[in-house]
Design a protein around this ligand. Sequence first.
Ligand code: UD1
Ligand code: CA
Length: 490
Amino acid sequence: MPQGTNAQLSTIVLAAGEGTRMRSSTPKVMHPIAGRPLVEHAVRAAAGLGPDHLVVVVGHSRAQVVAHLESLTTALDRKVVTAVQAEQKGTGHAVSCGLAELPDRLTGTVIVTYGDVPLLETETLRALLAEHNESGNAVTVLTSVVADPTGYGRIIRDASGSVTGIVEHKDATPQQLEIAEINSGIYAFDAEVLADGLSRITAHNAQGELYLTDVLGIARADGKRAGALVCVDTWQVEGVNDRVQLAGLGAEYNRRLLEHWMRAGVTITDPASVWLDAEVTLARDVLLQPGVQLQGSTAVGEGAIIGPDTTLANVTVGEGAKVIRTHGSDSIIGPGASVGPFAYLRPGTELGEGGKIGTFVETKNSQIGAGSKVPHLSYVGDATIGEHSNIGAASVFVNYDGVNKHRTTVGSHVRTGSDNMFVAPVTVGDGAYSGAGTVIRRDVPPGALAVSGGPQRNLEGWVVRRRPGTPAAEAAERALAAQDPDREEQ
Ligand code: UD1
Ligand code: CA
């Protein structure tokens, strides 16, 4: 690199603005796209350069932003320094606040980006840095040619095409307003030129702000080189100012993420209805059917089929599993297992290899072992079920006594009848059976058959006597008369 060997690379991410147009009690840069706050996207792009210093300038509602940045230390494997800009006096002032947190007499290159520009990629910053170094510029600005430049700073070039300055929309002449090349707000600066320029800018402009953009003009006037790198992919430099842009950039981010996974070997039947978070990982030959949302740290193994109409947050899905019309969070679905249609997996569900959580089944904080099945209409809460057991339809693990939660343990190779109630705490031993409608209040030893309730009694004629004149009574009378034509009317 043409940079001196001791030269440092610093990045400053500006995120102190208020974001009034979001009309939100959440700071603008904390609104998420693909499960990550805008500022996290910006910080990850900057951190991707592996800079010596990484500073985020915070201001409005900074407590939430600072807390989030602190939470990223492990994921990024580095500390993110925050600089406070108490009053928003302009982008130049913001960068000065950032520099104040960096070593005195900083040398090398300073990259400036924005916390509300979520699609910017590290690759683009790397290209900006390369252009900056190779052309020996003091300032290199990332620009873009856009259809509607309204509101942006315009790039001023001389007759030879070299960049001489940046003029803000509000300060521009009618001719300058015709310029379609805009300032993205992302730059590479020589650190010393930046510090010197910032000490010389004034607020003598239409907005009464300290403009970072003026540093470029000052450098040029001093005879330093300035240049631009045109970013053809305009999405990468677009910022979020309101919720319409949040949705627009969110959709584009998602489209790009889906494209990445499709190129990596994932089939997505209907990309328009599938939404992924940035952190999600998908193995080869995963099939995502329409209406799928995968969130947080969800990871899907090879050949698994998800959807249609499934939302999973922080769920690990094993190879070859099938998850259909399911809502799940913080759960593990084993290889070859089958879930749904219409299943609800609440946190702490662990389904073993080849197991089944079937239709209209809700599970929570339960381990269901390999090959075990809960096929129909049941609630499994706070339970441990061994391997190759089958829970009959319409069963409930009665885990709550109104005050405390209790666990149920079911062994392996157990067969429980339909409509069983497991009144926890209770244990069902290996190889045990239970009859239909059993209320299991006491432990069932291995291999026993549990039954509860007395023998069935039929009170003959009860409906006709006690519910006379009802459709049920009339139907019963007709049926009884058909059985015995000589029977007298009662
Ligand atoms: C700025 C640029 C403009 C460029 C545009 C791109 C200046 C003077 N103008 O304009 O040339 O086309 O960005 O979007 O730099 N911020 C702070 N503290 C402040 C002011 C801003 O941290 O005191 C942050 C904001 O949170 C935001 C970014 O800097 O992330 C840009 O601020 P914004 O007010 O949107 O800049 P513009 O006036 O739009
Ligand atoms: Ca802006």
